[in-house]
Write a protein that binds this ligand. Structure first.
Ligand code: AMP
Ligand code: GLY
Length: 420
C-alpha cells in the first residue's frame, strides 16, 4: 500500500513509525514531514494547509490511504476533498472537525446533549462581553477565542482588568484574526487534567490509554502555555471508576450527539478532561491526535495502527480488538530556548549515543535536513520517549537520553511525570 500522512511534527513522526510496522505498506509520503520523518518516509514539500496540492499529489501518486493529522487541514476540509477523489482517509470531515474548529459549536453541543463541561456564555460583540465581565465578581475567568488559534486561544484571566484586556485583544485587536469574531467566557474549573484520545467510527468509541500533558513552558507549571512540553501515559489520575464515568457521561454521548447533528465523527476524537470535585468534565475536544500525547500513547499500542485506521474509515471498528501494553511511557520535549515566544533555529543537533539506547525513541518535531545534517527548525524540536515497566523508570530513562542530546539554547522541563 502507498500511504500519505499530512503534517510534519512529532505527532506525525509517531504515527508514521507505527504505520511502517505494517508489512503491506510499501511507501509512506509525508506532506511536508521534517528532518527526522525523512528517515522513515519520503518527505514532499507541500504544506499541510495546501489542500489543492495535497489532493493533486494523492491522485497523481495513486495513494491507497491518507491520514490527515493536524487540526488546520481537517477543519479546512482535507478529508472531504480527498474522499471526493475516491481516496479513503483517516480523519473527520470538516463538518465533524467543527468540534475543535469552533468552541461555540462544541459548547452548545455539550449543553444541548447534557455533556458535563464548564458553565459558559457566548459573545458576538466586545461591548456585550465587556459588560458581562464588568458585572462579574468571580475570578479567575476563562476566555476562549471561538476558532483555531495555534493552541493560544485560551486565556485564564485572574482579574477584571485581565479579562477586559483579553476581550479587547481577541475581539477588537483581532490577535487571532477571524477566530476571535466570537468568544466563549466560561467558569474556571479545578482538578487534574487528563487527555483521552479515542478511535471512533461513529458507531463505537475505543479510548486509547490515557495520558497527561504538561502545557506550561517551565518547571512546576510556571511560564507560558505551550503546545505541550512533555507527556506521560497512563495518567495516574484516570482511575477505572473515572474511566467508566467518562465512557457513560462523555464519550458515548458525544459520538451520539455528533451523529444526531448529522456530523458523524470518524477518526481520532481527543477528550481534554478535568477531574473536578464534581466529576469529570470536558475542557476541550480536539478532532485529531494530541501532540505530544501521541508520542506516549502510540508507542504503547500493540494492535496494528493501519488496521485500526482502515476499520475506522469503513465503520467496522467493532471488529478490531484494540490492545495496549501495560507498560509506562514518558516523553520529554526538547525545545528551542525562548519557545513559545521568540527563538532562533538552524542549530545543528548532536544526538550522541541517545539514538542507540534501548527502549528510547526520538520523535522529531521541529527539525529539518540541511546539507544532510539535522538542524533545529521550530519551537518544539524533539520528543524523547522512553517505555519502561514503571512510570519512574520511564521518566529516568527519558531524562537519561536527553543528557546525550545537544543543540544551542536547548530548553526542556526537568519535572515531566513528577506527579504530586
Ligand atoms: P486549550 O487550549 O483548550 O487546551 O486550553 C489550555 C488550557 O487552559 C487547558 O489545558 C486548561 O489547563 C486551561 N483551561 C481551559 N479551560 C479551562 C477552564 N474552564 N477552567 C480551568 N482551566 C481551563
Ligand atoms: N497537547 C495538546 C494538544 O495536542 O492539543
Amino acid at each position: 500500500m502507498k500511504l500519505l500522512v499530512v503534517g510534519g511534527g512529532g505527532r506525525e513522526h509517531a504515527i508514521i513509525k507505527q504505520l511502517k510496522k505494517n508489512e503491506t505498506v510499501e511507501k509512506i509520503y509525508a506532506l511536508p514531514g521534517n528532518g527526522g520523518i525523512a528517515q522513515d518516509a519520503e518527505c514532499v514539500a507541500i504544506g499541510a494547509k495546501d489542500i489543492d496540492k495535497i489532493v493533486e499529489f494523492a491522485v497523481e501518486n495513486n495513494i491507497d490511504f491518507a491520514v490527515v493529522a493536524p487540526d488546520d487541514p481537517l477543519v479546512l476540509g482535507a478529508v472531504d476533498a480527498l474522499e471526493a477523489k475516491g481516496i479513503p482517509c483517516f480523519g473527520p470531515t470538516a463538518k465533524a472537525a467543527a468540534i475543535e474548529g469552533s468552541k461555540v459549536f462544541s459548547k452548545n453541543l455539550m449543553k444541548k446533549y447534557g455533556i458535563p463541561t464548564a458553565e459558559y456564555e457566548v459573545f458576538n460583540s466586545p461591548e456585550d462581553a465587556k459588560k458581562y465581565v464588568e458585572a462579574s465578581d468571580t475570578f479567575p475567568m476563562v476566555i476562549k477565542a471561538d476558532g483555531l488559534a495555534l493552541g493560544k486561544g485560551v486565556i485564564i484571566a485572574e482579574s477584571k482588568d485581565d479579562a477586559l484586556k483579553a476581550v479587547e485583544e481577541i475581539m477588537q485587536d483581532k490577535v487571532f484574526g477571524k477566530s476571535g469574531d466570537q468568544i466563549v467566557i466560561e467558569e474556571f474549573l479545578t482538578g487534574p487534567e487528563v487527555s483521552v484520545l479515542s478511535f471512533t467510527d461513529g458507531n463505537v468509541v475505543v479510548p486509547m490509554i490515557s495520558s497527561m500533558d504538561h502545557k506550561r513552558a517551565l518547571d512546576n507549571n510556571m511560564g507560558l502555555n505551550t503546545g505541550g512540553m512533555g507527556t506521560i501515559a497512563p495518567n495516574p489520575f484516570y482511575t477505572e471508576e473515572i474511566a467508566d464515568r467518562c465512557m457513560k457521561e462523555i464519550f458515548l454521548p458525544t459520538v451520539d450527539a455528533m451523529n444526531k447533528e448529522g456530523r458523524t465523527f470518524k477518526g481520532c476524537l481527543y477528550f481534554g478532561l478535568m477531574i473536578t470535585p464534581k466529576g469529570p468534565k470536558v475542557i476541550e475536544y480536539n478532532c485529531r491526535f494530541g501532540d505530544p500525547e501521541t508520542q506516549v500513547v502510540l508507542p504503547l499500542l500493540k494492535t496494528d495502527l493501519l488496521t485500526i485506521m482502515q476499520a475506522v474509515n469503513k465503520g467496522t471498528l467493532n471488529d478490531v480488538k484494540v490492545e495496549f501494553s501495560n507498560e509506562y511511557a514518558c516523553c520529554v520535549v526538547m525545545a528551542s530556548g525562548g519557545y513559545p515566544v521568540k527563538y532562533n533555529t538552524g542549530y545543528p543537533i548532536d544526538f550522541g549515543k541517545a539514538e542507540s539506547l534501548e527502549n528510547i525513541t526520538i520523535f522529531h518535531a521541529g527539525t529539518k535536513l540541511d546539507d544532510g545534517k539535522i538542524v533545529t527548525s521550530g519551537g518544539r524540536v524533539l520528543g524523547v520517549t522512553a517505555v519502561a515497566d514503571t512510570a519512574g523508570n520511564a521518566r529516568d530513562k527519558a531524562y537519561e537520553a536527553t543528557k546525550y542530546i545537544n543543540f544551542r539554547d536547548c530548553h526542556y522541563r526537568s519535572d515531566i511525570g513528577k506527579v504530586k
